[in-house]
Design a protein around this ligand. Structure first.
Ligand code: 3PG
Length: 213
């Protein structure tokens, strides 16, 4: 719980979390620096590439104040590997019974993926107070989360999937959204080109959006 409080505090300052897919470990340190320089406080590295786990290690080492989480956690093996790599938090796109079992033996910051009221209620009963709403735009967008806030005001969400600088405000204005996540902050091409300046600028713009600007 203490750790979730620290996570909430970190993202309150900058409630936009870049969802990163890193193909080359050489990109990890400059990417982390570019995002932190822009004012962001947390990043999610997807476990979709062979470089991901080493990238998490490098980013955590390079930017001590940046929370580095692991995303696309879909198996027990992912849970173990992500924690071993030093991930500050874990994010899953959804949950299977086997994955829930693996997650239940860890008391760190975990945001399980949900897309329905029933899933959210089940995860809340299991002790998860903050969930990833995924795939946000395809599953009903900000309107869906606004509707949930009536009957389920005690649950918080970090929506990802289809979030853009244009629609981020719609989500962030909701009382049950603690942050939004998205890949637009550092695209595959920008990372491949090493365009760190462009990424820092987008991070700065995101921080402004997060502050209601
Ligand atoms: C994901 O897990 O892929 C995230 O939800 C990012 O989605 P996006 O690319 O639509 O931002």
């Amino acid at each position: 719980m203490k750790r979730m409080t620290a996570f909430r505090a970190a993202i309150e300052a900058a409630p936009i979390v870049p969802v990163l897919t890193i193909h080359d470990v050489a990109h990890a340190a400059p990417l982390a620096e570019a995002l932190a320089k822009g004012g962001l406080t947390a990043v999610e590295v997807t476990l979709r590439t062979p470089a991901a786990l080493e990238a998490i290690r490098i980013m955590s080492e390079a930017q001590k104040d940046l929370l580095v989480g692991a995303g696309t956690i879909i198996s027990e093996g992912d849970v173990d590997a992500a924690l071993k790599a030093g991930s500050d938090f874990l994010v899953t796109p959804g949950t299977s019974p086997l994955l829930l079992d693996a997650l239940s033996s860890h008391d760190g910051v975990i945001l399980p993926g949900v897309a329905t009221a029933s899933e959210a209620m089940a995860r809340f009963d299991e002790g998860y107070g903050v969930m990833k709403f995924f795939p946000a735009e395809a599953a009903g967008g900000a309107k869906f989360l606004k509707s949930l806030a009536g009957p389920l005001p005690h649950m918080d969400f970090m929506p990802t999937g289809g979030i853009t600088p244009e629609n981020a405000r719609d989500y962030l204005s909701l009382p049950n959204v603690i942050a939004v996540g998205g890949s637009w902050l550092a695209t595959k091409d920008e990372i491949a080109r090493g365009d760190w300046a462009a990424i820092t600028e987008k991070a700065k713009d995101a921080v402004k959006i997060g502050r209601g600007g």
